[in-house]
Structures are given as structure tokens and as C-alpha cells.
Write a protein that binds this ligand. Structure first.
Ligand code: LLP
Length: 428
């Protein structure tokens, strides 16, 4: 178990808290996040990178966990953010991040998104020449100029789930390396955009470092060409994607030091050869927040049919990763953490779909109605991808800091489900 998780009196503990007490106090299902762990993760990753090069900027990939309290935690550590929507911009600014420390990413920005970036002075990672023209026009209309990067598609195959590999030649993201120079030439000629960076992201949950090193090589190659055409490169953004060991007994995940050790020498040699000193930007999401959080869920009933099912009160409405990507999340019997694992269970949610399985074939202690289950490593793309499917209000999120525990989001109510609904006049 990571250092913020432990077992005491037969119960799983997170930080200084007993998960059984937290479930009793706040109810289930419940997301519980240890703020200290996020700080520790941030320090570790930042330390590993800055040991090689001082001009590193960490942009938290906001999509991983969109709670305002998490933005605040990371803002207080000095993080900026990779933002993909007006909502993420608003949250980042509300948390005190400065517009200069944000990068507005995305392959399908609306005219309103572009206008917002212009208005707030947020740099934009432009995904196509079409978008460049729209942004230039928007900036012109506002009488401003916008700093931009282009997102390069490096055509790199990465060992991860195909749905989250983003740098493949066939992916919807970025501009092929062969066309990128023309895009920059157009940006140089445009009146209201200022090309100052280059951006890339090859995918997520990557458990090897070589693809990142190859990516940086591609970016250095692009930087060389950009220098030739007169782009003054202020940053090189290598994206996020460093994976975590969800299957602790099997996965061998690179440490931040190994990641930095693979990426930084390529970067440093590259920029020295070119005689430039741009900032290095990284956009980690999962690595900063995933292991900080457990999802607590209560057993409603147990049934033995062709398998033994522990039917719990959280399903893919609250954690879609197992259903969507066949992802593995470790399961702990939180109130029987010392008991011997005696039976194989499928841990199944309350949603009316066969695919609503949080975990399959897990050896766990004997379970019965009322027992508490913890789903580990739920802090990234957990609550963030939750839904109200089956008209289930979303659960609460609790933040822990040392001895303190407080809501960072209250549970939704049935009224929250119906509040945005409007009666068409003919039904009144
Ligand atoms: N930068 C860009 C441009 C991205 O698209 C992403 C993630 C990141 C950074 C952060 O990647 P990370 O460090 O978290 O791997 N829902 C999926 C993951 C989707 C990732 C989307 N983009 C999952 O649950 O595995």
C-alpha cells in the first residue's frame, strides 16, 4: 500500500482517518481524498524534473479531477493547469491560478472558447490551421494578440488502452509533424497570434518511459525547424501520461525519477545543441491525483450464482473506468482489512447494465450486507467521469488534511436531478 494508506484495528485507514468512521460520518458511496498525498506527489514529480532543469512548469491536467478544492491544493503548490473547457478555465481562475499559467487545449474549441482565451489572456494550444484562422480573427476583433503553441501529432505508438492513446498517426489530436511547419509559417504571418510554444501529448496511463523520450526527440526536431523559420520558442510542452501501478503486484510503473531520467537528457541535449533555453512544460493528471483517493462503497447484498456477487452502492455511474477501459482498481474490504481472503467475488454496482462491474474475480474476506469496500486509486478520472445515469444523484466527496476531514462536494439530492428539467408548455 502507498504510505497514506494503512490498516489499523482491522480497518483500512487513509491518512489519519479510519475509513469506517468516514463512511459512518458522511455516508456511502463516498469519494475520500487525502490532500497531503497530492502535495507529496506534486513535490516528488516537480523535484525529479527540476533536478535536471530549473525552468520547468507543471500544468495540472484538470480533467483528471475537477473539484475546486483540488485546483486550490495544486494552485497553492505553484501548479498551472492544462484546461480543456470554459468550465476548467473558470475553476482554475477561481482557485487562484494566473491566466499565464494555463494552456487552453483541445481539438474542438467553440468560438466562445476562443473568445474566452483571448479575453483572459490564456495561451492556446491550436489543433488545426482552421482553428488558427478563427483564433486570429477572434483576437483581431478584440484588439489583442494571443500566444499560441501548435499541438504536434508525433505518430508514436504507445503501450496503453487504445481509447487513451492520443499520439497515434490516426488519432484526432494534433497536426502531423510533416505539416507543422506550414502551420507555424501561417501563424508567423498572422497578425494577432504569436507562436511561442510547441505542444504534444502522446497518451495516458503509459507504463514505459521510452515513448516519452521518443516524443521529446520529435519535439526537438520540430524546435530545430522552428528556429530556422524564426519562431522564438518560449516553451516546449511534453504533455502528461505517466501511468501508475493500479495492479500493485504486477505493474512496474516508472518512478518520476526514471521518467525525468529518460526525458530530460534528450531535452537538455536538444536545447543545448539549438542554443535555446525554453521552459519545459508537463501536463500530469493521473500521476498527481489518482492514488490520493479511495471510493468507499457499501455492500447491499451478496448473491452466489455462477459467481459470487457483492452488490455495492457504487457502480459505473461513479467510477466508469472498469466498464469503459476494462481498468483494474484494487479492492479492499475496508472494515475487514485483516480478515483472510477466502472467496472470489465480482464487485458489482447498482446500474441496470451487465457491464456494471467494478472488479471481477477478486479474492476477498467473507462479505455480507453492510460491509464496506474501498476501491483504490480512484482520484483520477473517477468522480470526474461520473454521471447521473439511472437517475442516481452523485455522491459526496470528502477532503482530508491531517486530522481534518471536510466535504469538498455535498452529495446531490433528487431535487438536484430535477432542478434543471423544464416542463414543455404543452405538458403544463
Ligand atoms: N494533456 C492532455 C492534452 C491530455 O489530453 C491529457 C489526458 C493529459 C495531459 C493528462 O494525462 P494523464 O497525465 O492524466 O495521463 N479517462 C481516461 C484518461 C483520459 C486521458 C485524457 N487526456 C482514464 O480514465 O484512463
Amino acid at each position: 500500500l502507498p504510505s497514506h494508506l494503512s490498516v489499523g484495528d482491522g480497518h483500512l485507514r487513509i491518512g489519519e482517518h479510519d475509513t469506517v468512521d468516514l463512511a459512518r460520518q458522511f455516508g456511502t458511496p463516498l469519494y475520500v481524498t487525502d490532500e497531503g498525498r497530492i502535495r507529496e506527489n506534486f513535490r516528488r514529480l516537480a523535484g525529479a524534473l527540476t533536478a535536471h532543469y530549473k525552468k520547468v512548469r507543471i500544468l495540472y491536467a484538470a480533467k483528471a479531477n475537477g473539484n475546486l478544492a483540488i485546483f486550490r491544493t495544486l494552485a497553492s503548490m505553484g501548479a498551472g493547469a492544462d484546461v480543456f473547457s470554459a468550465g476548467e478555465v473558470a475553476l482554475a481562475l477561481a482557485a487562484g491560478m494566473r491566466p499565464e499559467s494555463l494552456l487552453f487545449n483541445g481539438s474542438s474549441k467553440t468560438p466562445a472558447d476562443l473568445a474566452l482565451a483571448v479575453e483572459k489572456g490564456i495561451r492556446v494550444s491550436v489543433d488545426s490551421p482552421d482553428e488558427l484562422r478563427q483564433l486570429d480573427a477572434a483576437a483581431g476583433k478584440a484588439g489583442k494578440t494571443v500566444d499560441i503553441a501548435f499541438r504536434v501529432n508525433p505518430a508514436i505508438d504507445v503501450p496503453t488502452h487504445p481509447k487513451i492513446a492520443t499520439g497515434l498517426a490516426t488519432s484526432k489530436f494534433g497536426i502531423p509533424a510533416g505539416e507543422i511547419l506550414d502551420a507555424y509559417r501561417e501563424a508567423l504571418a498572422a497578425e494577432h497570434v504569436n507562436p511561442v510554444g510547441v505542444h504534444c501529448h502522446i497518451g495516458s496511463q503509459i507504463l514505459a518511459v521510452e515513448p516519452f523520450a521518443r516524443e521529446v526527440e520529435v519535439l526537438i526536431g520540430v524546435a530545430r525547424d522552428l528556429l530556422d523559420i524564426g519562431v522564438d520558442l518560449k516553451f516546449i510542452d511534453i504533455g502528461g501520461g505517466l501511468g501508475i501501478p493500479y495492479r500493485r503486484e504486477i505493474d512496474r510503473a516508472p518512478t518520476p525519477e526514471e521518467y525525468a531520467g529518460a526525458v530530460m537528457p534528450v531535452f537538455l541535449k536538444g536545447i543545448r545543441d539549438l542554443g535555446i533555453e525554453p521552459e519545459l512544460w508537463v501536463e500530469p493528471g493521473r500521476w498527481l491525483v489518482a492514488d490520493s483517493t479511495v471510493l468507499l462503497t457499501r455492500v447491499n447484498s451478496v448473491k452466489t450464482a455462477h459467481a459470487t456477487f457483492a452488490n455495492v452502492d457504487a457502480g459505473f455511474n461513479l467510477l466508469v473506468r472498469p466498464t469503459m477501459y476494462d481498468s483494474y482498481h484494487e479492492i479492499v474490504a475496508a472494515d475487514r482489512a485483516d480478515a483472510p481472503a477466502v472467496r472470489e467475488y465480482s464487485v458489482t454496482g447498482p446500474i441496470c447494465e451487465t457491464g456494471d462491474i467494478l472488479a471481477k474475480g477478486r479474492m476477498l474476506p467473507d462479505l455480507s450486507a453492510g460491509n464496506l469496500i474501498a476501491v483504490l486509486d480512484a482520484g483520477a478520472y473517477g468522480f470526474a467521469m461520473s454521471s447521473q445515469y439511472n437517475s442516481r444523484p452523485r455522491c459526496a466527496e470528502v477532503l482530508l488534511a491531517g486530522e481534518k476531514a471536510a466535504l469538498m462536494r455535498r452529495a446531490e439530492t433528487i431535487e438536484d436531478l430535477t432542478a434543471p428539467m423544464v416542463t414543455p408548455p404543452w405538458q403544463e
